[in-house]
Design a protein around this ligand. Structure first.
Ligand code: FE2
Ligand code: FE2
Length: 239
């Protein structure tokens, strides 16, 4: 697992408060997700399995559409960090390298769940995700980077863990759900990594938490529900 940029016995109060705020915002997003019509579809025991599989398959297609772009934007974004902060850049590079192939997992699962091999142009919401990431990567404070990453990692941890009992009870095909099953453990680790990363950065760079919160909100404007609801519409139409 990733090493932390610097061993600290204590974080500043400001840093603890920034992390608490980011964590509360992810929890609020998870509550939004649980109120979303697609969540009702997935958790309703009377929903046919094919409908659940169709929705998950379309979410995987969405991941394929944005993931390589958010990955490349991420490397660009933290590549703009202060060049003397070698340990921080190393730790973020290590994490992003671990993430790099996850779009490939999504692509493989998409195929195993019956997705066609023909490529379509990216959907509007996934195009917007890539656009927001590249805009942040180009002009935003690089110290803001852990904010949207925490939304990605912690929300994926919460959602995939909630999905595991549904995979079990509905006997969904595990072979096409590697992306979900592996993220249920991997993103708990990644979220913990970013928890300490956020508090370390906010402790060593007072004021940087504002950029994390701002970039969190930019990303949340386009993720996850705009992307996932679009996936639901495609699944129900049978695109
Ligand atoms: Fe991932
Ligand atoms: Fe992750």
């Amino acid at each position: 697992m990733n090493e932390m940029p610097r061993a600290r016995s204590t974080y500043t109060q400001e840093a603890e408060a920034i992390f608490a705020e980011l964590d509360a915002r992810v929890s609020a997003v998870f509550e939004e997700v649980k109120r979303w019509r697609g969540w009702q579809v997935v958790t309703d025991p009377t929903t046919p399995r094919e409908v659940i599989i169709g929705l998950v398959r379309e979410i995987f297609r969405s991941v394929v559409w944005y993931q390589s772009h958010t990955t490349e934007a991420g490397f660009h974004w933290f590549g703009r960090l202060p060049k003397g902060d070698v340990k921080l850049i190393q730790a973020l590079s290590h994490h992003k390298a671990e993430e790099a192939e996850h779009g490939v997992w999504a692509m493989e699962d998409f195929g195993k769940l019956g997705g066609p091999s023909t490529q379509l142009a990216p959907s509007p919401a996934t195009f917007a995700v890539a656009a927001v990431w590249w805009r942040m990567a180009s002009v935003e404070d690089p110290l803001g980077y852990p904010g949207p990453e925490y939304l990605f990692e912690q929300l994926t941890a919460l959602v995939t863990q909630a999905a595991l009992p549904i995979i079990e009870s509905r006997d969904l095909p595990r072979d096409g759900l590697r992306f979900v099953i592996e993220h249920a453990t991997e993103d708990v680790k990644h979220a913990t990594f970013f928890k300490h990363m956020i508090m370390d950065v906010a402790s060593r760079y007072p004021g940087s938490g504002q950029a994390m919160l701002r970039c969190f909100d930019y990303f949340h404007q386009v993720y996850p529900l705009p992307v996932w609801d679009e996936a639901l519409v495609r699944a129900l139409k049978g695109d």
